[in-house]
Design a protein around this ligand. Structure first.
Ligand code: SF4
Ligand code: SF4
Length: 310
Protein backbone atom coordinates (compact mmCIF):
# COMPACT_ATOMS: atom_id res chain seq x y z
CA UNK A 1 0.00 0.00 0.00
CA UNK A 2 1.12 3.53 -0.71
CA UNK A 3 -0.01 6.03 1.90
CA UNK A 4 -0.52 9.61 0.66
CA UNK A 5 2.13 11.99 1.93
CA UNK A 6 0.61 14.45 4.38
CA UNK A 7 3.92 16.24 4.92
CA UNK A 8 3.28 18.01 1.59
CA UNK A 9 0.86 20.29 3.46
CA UNK A 10 2.20 23.85 3.51
CA UNK A 11 -0.58 25.07 5.86
CA UNK A 12 -1.78 27.51 3.20
CA UNK A 13 -5.42 27.09 4.25
CA UNK A 14 -6.98 26.93 0.79
CA UNK A 15 -8.80 23.78 1.82
CA UNK A 16 -10.71 25.46 4.63
CA UNK A 17 -13.33 27.12 2.47
CA UNK A 18 -14.35 23.81 0.85
CA UNK A 19 -14.44 21.51 3.88
CA UNK A 20 -18.07 20.88 4.92
CA UNK A 21 -17.12 20.17 8.52
CA UNK A 22 -15.00 23.29 8.88
CA UNK A 23 -17.80 25.37 7.37
CA UNK A 24 -20.20 23.85 9.86
CA UNK A 25 -18.04 24.30 12.97
CA UNK A 26 -15.60 27.09 12.02
CA UNK A 27 -13.07 25.25 14.15
CA UNK A 28 -9.52 24.86 12.90
CA UNK A 29 -9.34 21.35 14.39
CA UNK A 30 -12.26 20.36 12.13
CA UNK A 31 -10.54 21.65 8.99
CA UNK A 32 -8.35 19.54 6.67
CA UNK A 33 -5.29 21.52 7.76
CA UNK A 34 -6.22 20.96 11.40
CA UNK A 35 -6.66 17.23 10.87
CA UNK A 36 -3.27 16.96 9.22
CA UNK A 37 -1.75 18.81 12.18
CA UNK A 38 -3.51 16.45 14.64
CA UNK A 39 -2.24 13.41 12.74
CA UNK A 40 1.30 14.78 12.69
CA UNK A 41 1.12 15.24 16.46
CA UNK A 42 -0.06 11.64 16.86
CA UNK A 43 -3.54 12.74 18.02
CA UNK A 44 -5.36 10.33 15.75
CA UNK A 45 -8.10 9.63 18.31
CA UNK A 46 -9.36 13.19 18.15
CA UNK A 47 -13.06 13.10 17.13
CA UNK A 48 -12.31 15.42 14.21
CA UNK A 49 -10.38 12.61 12.50
CA UNK A 50 -13.24 10.14 12.66
CA UNK A 51 -15.77 12.75 11.64
CA UNK A 52 -13.95 13.60 8.39
CA UNK A 53 -16.34 12.76 5.56
CA UNK A 54 -13.63 11.41 3.23
CA UNK A 55 -15.34 13.60 0.61
CA UNK A 56 -12.07 14.64 -1.04
CA UNK A 57 -13.03 18.30 -1.48
CA UNK A 58 -9.82 19.35 0.28
CA UNK A 59 -7.75 17.29 -2.16
CA UNK A 60 -9.39 19.03 -5.10
CA UNK A 61 -8.71 22.47 -3.63
CA UNK A 62 -5.17 21.76 -2.46
CA UNK A 63 -2.32 23.25 -4.53
CA UNK A 64 -0.01 20.51 -3.24
CA UNK A 65 -2.45 17.65 -3.91
CA UNK A 66 -2.40 16.51 -0.29
CA UNK A 67 -4.74 13.51 -0.36
CA UNK A 68 -6.18 13.52 3.14
CA UNK A 69 -9.45 11.76 2.21
CA UNK A 70 -7.60 8.84 0.65
CA UNK A 71 -5.13 8.73 3.56
CA UNK A 72 -7.96 8.44 6.08
CA UNK A 73 -10.03 6.04 3.97
CA UNK A 74 -7.12 3.61 3.95
CA UNK A 75 -6.59 3.78 7.74
CA UNK A 76 -8.98 1.18 9.22
CA UNK A 77 -8.44 2.26 12.82
CA UNK A 78 -9.60 5.77 11.93
CA UNK A 79 -12.93 4.65 10.50
CA UNK A 80 -15.84 7.03 11.06
CA UNK A 81 -18.91 6.33 13.18
CA UNK A 82 -20.97 4.92 10.32
CA UNK A 83 -24.69 4.25 10.84
CA UNK A 84 -24.63 0.61 9.72
CA UNK A 85 -28.40 0.49 10.10
CA UNK A 86 -28.93 2.96 7.26
CA UNK A 87 -28.45 0.76 4.21
CA UNK A 88 -29.90 -2.33 5.90
CA UNK A 89 -33.11 -0.66 7.00
CA UNK A 90 -33.52 0.90 3.59
CA UNK A 91 -33.23 -2.51 1.96
CA UNK A 92 -35.74 -4.07 4.38
CA UNK A 93 -38.85 -5.06 2.48
CA UNK A 94 -37.18 -4.48 -0.87
CA UNK A 95 -36.91 -7.41 -3.17
CA UNK A 96 -33.33 -7.67 -4.41
CA UNK A 97 -34.56 -10.23 -6.92
CA UNK A 98 -35.92 -7.26 -8.92
CA UNK A 99 -32.36 -7.25 -10.27
CA UNK A 100 -33.34 -10.35 -12.21
CA UNK A 101 -35.15 -8.09 -14.63
CA UNK A 102 -31.78 -6.82 -15.77
CA UNK A 103 -30.75 -8.47 -19.04
CA UNK A 104 -28.19 -11.25 -18.88
CA UNK A 105 -24.57 -10.24 -19.47
CA UNK A 106 -23.64 -9.92 -23.12
CA UNK A 107 -20.28 -9.47 -24.64
CA UNK A 108 -19.65 -6.05 -26.04
CA UNK A 109 -18.53 -2.62 -25.17
CA UNK A 110 -18.97 -0.76 -22.86
CA UNK A 111 -19.45 -2.85 -19.73
CA UNK A 112 -21.75 -1.59 -16.99
CA UNK A 113 -20.37 -2.07 -13.47
CA UNK A 114 -23.24 -3.66 -11.52
CA UNK A 115 -22.63 -2.23 -8.07
CA UNK A 116 -24.75 -2.76 -4.93
CA UNK A 117 -26.54 0.55 -5.58
CA UNK A 118 -27.19 -0.25 -9.24
CA UNK A 119 -28.69 -3.62 -8.29
CA UNK A 120 -30.47 -3.04 -5.01
CA UNK A 121 -31.18 0.65 -4.53
CA UNK A 122 -32.02 2.00 -7.99
CA UNK A 123 -32.43 -1.08 -10.24
CA UNK A 124 -35.12 0.68 -12.32
CA UNK A 125 -32.58 3.40 -13.11
CA UNK A 126 -30.01 0.78 -14.08
CA UNK A 127 -32.50 -0.84 -16.44
CA UNK A 128 -33.41 2.51 -17.99
CA UNK A 129 -29.74 3.33 -18.51
CA UNK A 130 -29.12 -0.05 -20.16
CA UNK A 131 -32.14 0.41 -22.41
CA UNK A 132 -30.99 3.89 -23.40
CA UNK A 133 -27.49 2.60 -24.20
CA UNK A 134 -29.01 -0.16 -26.32
CA UNK A 135 -31.18 2.34 -28.19
CA UNK A 136 -28.05 4.40 -28.84
CA UNK A 137 -26.49 1.33 -30.48
CA UNK A 138 -23.92 0.84 -27.71
CA UNK A 139 -24.84 -2.78 -26.92
CA UNK A 140 -23.60 -2.75 -23.29
CA UNK A 141 -22.15 -5.79 -21.57
CA UNK A 142 -22.85 -6.27 -17.86
CA UNK A 143 -20.43 -7.17 -15.10
CA UNK A 144 -21.54 -9.74 -12.53
CA UNK A 145 -22.96 -8.19 -9.32
CA UNK A 146 -19.98 -6.53 -7.64
CA UNK A 147 -19.13 -4.46 -4.60
CA UNK A 148 -16.16 -2.09 -4.84
CA UNK A 149 -15.64 -2.71 -1.10
CA UNK A 150 -15.90 0.89 0.11
CA UNK A 151 -18.67 0.18 2.67
CA UNK A 152 -16.34 -2.32 4.36
CA UNK A 153 -13.39 0.04 4.29
CA UNK A 154 -15.57 2.73 5.83
CA UNK A 155 -16.32 0.35 8.68
CA UNK A 156 -12.63 -0.39 9.12
CA UNK A 157 -12.93 -3.95 7.79
CA UNK A 158 -9.87 -3.97 5.57
CA UNK A 159 -9.78 -7.72 4.91
CA UNK A 160 -13.36 -7.66 3.57
CA UNK A 161 -12.47 -4.63 1.47
CA UNK A 162 -9.54 -6.54 0.00
CA UNK A 163 -11.74 -9.55 -0.71
CA UNK A 164 -14.38 -7.43 -2.50
CA UNK A 165 -11.72 -5.48 -4.38
CA UNK A 166 -10.04 -8.69 -5.58
CA UNK A 167 -13.39 -10.07 -6.78
CA UNK A 168 -14.03 -6.81 -8.60
CA UNK A 169 -10.59 -6.78 -10.23
CA UNK A 170 -10.96 -10.39 -11.37
CA UNK A 171 -14.39 -9.76 -12.91
CA UNK A 172 -13.39 -6.50 -14.59
CA UNK A 173 -10.14 -7.85 -15.99
CA UNK A 174 -12.27 -10.28 -18.04
CA UNK A 175 -13.93 -7.35 -19.82
CA UNK A 176 -12.77 -5.24 -22.75
CA UNK A 177 -13.45 -1.59 -23.54
CA UNK A 178 -14.87 1.14 -21.28
CA UNK A 179 -16.32 0.29 -17.88
CA UNK A 180 -19.19 2.56 -16.91
CA UNK A 181 -19.94 3.23 -13.24
CA UNK A 182 -23.24 4.62 -11.92
CA UNK A 183 -22.05 5.49 -8.39
CA UNK A 184 -19.55 8.29 -7.77
CA UNK A 185 -18.19 6.64 -4.63
CA UNK A 186 -17.51 3.37 -6.51
CA UNK A 187 -15.80 5.51 -9.13
CA UNK A 188 -13.57 7.13 -6.48
CA UNK A 189 -12.78 3.75 -4.93
CA UNK A 190 -11.81 2.20 -8.26
CA UNK A 191 -9.78 5.12 -9.59
CA UNK A 192 -8.30 6.63 -6.42
CA UNK A 193 -8.24 4.03 -3.65
CA UNK A 194 -7.39 0.84 -5.56
CA UNK A 195 -4.13 2.28 -7.00
CA UNK A 196 -2.99 3.28 -3.51
CA UNK A 197 -4.20 0.12 -1.79
CA UNK A 198 -2.61 -2.27 -4.31
CA UNK A 199 0.59 -0.26 -4.88
CA UNK A 200 3.57 -2.62 -4.81
CA UNK A 201 1.33 -5.72 -4.87
CA UNK A 202 0.91 -8.28 -7.68
CA UNK A 203 -2.44 -6.69 -8.64
CA UNK A 204 -0.89 -3.26 -9.30
CA UNK A 205 -0.68 -3.67 -13.06
CA UNK A 206 -4.24 -5.04 -13.34
CA UNK A 207 -5.48 -2.07 -11.32
CA UNK A 208 -3.81 0.43 -13.67
CA UNK A 209 -5.19 -1.32 -16.75
CA UNK A 210 -8.72 -1.31 -15.30
CA UNK A 211 -8.50 2.28 -14.04
CA UNK A 212 -7.56 3.38 -17.56
CA UNK A 213 -10.93 2.05 -18.76
CA UNK A 214 -13.19 3.15 -15.91
CA UNK A 215 -15.51 6.04 -16.66
CA UNK A 216 -18.50 7.90 -15.31
CA UNK A 217 -21.88 6.59 -16.57
CA UNK A 218 -23.38 10.09 -16.23
CA UNK A 219 -20.86 11.47 -18.69
CA UNK A 220 -21.84 8.77 -21.15
CA UNK A 221 -25.56 9.52 -20.67
CA UNK A 222 -25.01 13.24 -21.22
CA UNK A 223 -23.00 12.54 -24.35
CA UNK A 224 -25.35 10.01 -25.95
CA UNK A 225 -28.87 10.90 -24.79
CA UNK A 226 -29.01 14.31 -23.06
CA UNK A 227 -32.64 14.65 -24.20
CA UNK A 228 -33.62 11.75 -21.87
CA UNK A 229 -33.32 13.93 -18.75
CA UNK A 230 -36.54 15.67 -17.65
CA UNK A 231 -36.97 19.42 -17.54
CA UNK A 232 -36.63 20.98 -14.10
CA UNK A 233 -34.10 18.41 -12.92
CA UNK A 234 -31.46 19.57 -10.44
CA UNK A 235 -28.36 17.39 -10.11
CA UNK A 236 -26.63 17.05 -6.77
CA UNK A 237 -22.91 17.06 -7.60
CA UNK A 238 -21.69 14.36 -5.22
CA UNK A 239 -18.18 15.15 -3.95
CA UNK A 240 -16.68 12.00 -5.45
CA UNK A 241 -18.15 12.82 -8.86
CA UNK A 242 -15.58 15.62 -9.21
CA UNK A 243 -17.44 17.47 -11.89
CA UNK A 244 -17.49 21.13 -12.67
CA UNK A 245 -21.07 22.47 -12.69
CA UNK A 246 -20.17 24.11 -16.02
CA UNK A 247 -20.01 20.63 -17.61
CA UNK A 248 -23.60 19.83 -16.63
CA UNK A 249 -26.39 21.09 -18.91
CA UNK A 250 -28.92 21.64 -16.09
CA UNK A 251 -28.89 23.32 -12.65
CA UNK A 252 -26.75 21.74 -9.97
CA UNK A 253 -26.58 21.66 -6.19
CA UNK A 254 -22.91 21.45 -5.42
CA UNK A 255 -22.57 21.42 -1.61
CA UNK A 256 -21.69 18.22 0.25
CA UNK A 257 -24.73 16.43 1.75
CA UNK A 258 -22.68 15.09 4.67
CA UNK A 259 -22.91 11.47 3.50
CA UNK A 260 -22.85 9.16 6.53
CA UNK A 261 -23.18 11.98 9.08
CA UNK A 262 -26.57 12.49 10.67
CA UNK A 263 -26.75 16.19 9.78
CA UNK A 264 -27.00 18.16 6.55
CA UNK A 265 -24.04 20.57 6.44
CA UNK A 266 -24.82 24.28 6.48
CA UNK A 267 -23.69 25.01 2.86
CA UNK A 268 -26.02 22.25 1.65
CA UNK A 269 -28.97 23.59 3.66
CA UNK A 270 -28.35 27.12 2.43
CA UNK A 271 -28.04 26.06 -1.21
CA UNK A 272 -31.18 23.97 -0.96
CA UNK A 273 -33.16 26.86 0.55
CA UNK A 274 -31.91 29.37 -2.02
CA UNK A 275 -33.65 27.57 -4.87
CA UNK A 276 -35.59 24.53 -3.65
CA UNK A 277 -35.60 21.85 -6.36
CA UNK A 278 -38.62 19.73 -7.21
CA UNK A 279 -36.73 16.89 -8.89
CA UNK A 280 -33.38 16.20 -7.24
CA UNK A 281 -31.02 13.67 -8.81
CA UNK A 282 -28.00 12.12 -7.13
CA UNK A 283 -25.04 10.33 -8.67
CA UNK A 284 -23.80 8.40 -5.64
CA UNK A 285 -25.34 5.63 -3.56
CA UNK A 286 -24.22 7.18 -0.25
CA UNK A 287 -25.77 10.55 -1.17
CA UNK A 288 -28.86 8.75 -2.46
CA UNK A 289 -29.42 7.10 0.93
CA UNK A 290 -28.59 10.24 2.86
CA UNK A 291 -30.92 12.47 0.87
CA UNK A 292 -33.77 9.96 0.77
CA UNK A 293 -33.62 9.81 4.57
CA UNK A 294 -32.99 13.46 5.31
CA UNK A 295 -35.27 15.35 2.95
CA UNK A 296 -39.02 15.27 3.00
CA UNK A 297 -40.64 15.28 -0.41
CA UNK A 298 -40.52 17.53 -2.39
CA UNK A 299 -37.90 17.30 -3.67
CA UNK A 300 -38.32 13.88 -5.16
CA UNK A 301 -34.86 12.32 -4.65
CA UNK A 302 -33.72 9.68 -7.13
CA UNK A 303 -30.58 8.46 -8.83
CA UNK A 304 -30.24 10.41 -12.10
CA UNK A 305 -30.75 7.22 -14.14
CA UNK A 306 -34.19 6.75 -12.58
CA UNK A 307 -35.24 10.03 -14.18
CA UNK A 308 -34.33 8.95 -17.71
CA UNK A 309 -37.23 8.75 -20.11
CA UNK A 310 -37.39 5.46 -22.01
S1 SF4 B 1 -4.82 23.31 0.85
FE1 SF4 B 1 -3.39 21.57 0.98
S2 SF4 B 1 -1.40 22.49 1.50
FE2 SF4 B 1 -2.99 24.05 1.92
S3 SF4 B 1 -3.49 23.76 4.12
FE3 SF4 B 1 -4.95 22.53 2.95
S4 SF4 B 1 -4.02 20.48 2.85
FE4 SF4 B 1 -2.40 21.90 3.44
S1 SF4 C 1 -12.20 14.92 3.13
FE1 SF4 C 1 -13.91 16.39 3.19
S2 SF4 C 1 -14.55 16.47 5.36
FE2 SF4 C 1 -12.52 15.48 5.30
S3 SF4 C 1 -11.08 17.16 5.65
FE3 SF4 C 1 -11.30 16.95 3.41
S4 SF4 C 1 -12.93 18.41 2.83
FE4 SF4 C 1 -13.06 18.11 5.08
Amino acid sequence: MKRPDLSLCSRCGRCLSVCPLYLETRLETYSPRGRIFLLEKGLKNHPSIRFCLRCGRCTMACPNRVRLAEYLALEPELSPPFPVKTAGSFLKGRDPSSSRKIPAPRSGSPTLFLSCGALYFYPEGTQKFIRRLQESGLDPGLSPPLCCGLPFLTLGWTSLFRQKALETLKALSDTRGPILVLCASCLWTLTDLYPLFFAGEPEEETVHEIVSRVGDALESALRHFPEAFPEGLVLHLSCHLRKNPRDIPFPTLSACCGAHHPFLPRPFREELLRSPPYLLATACTACYLKLKYSLSSPPDVRHWAEYLSV
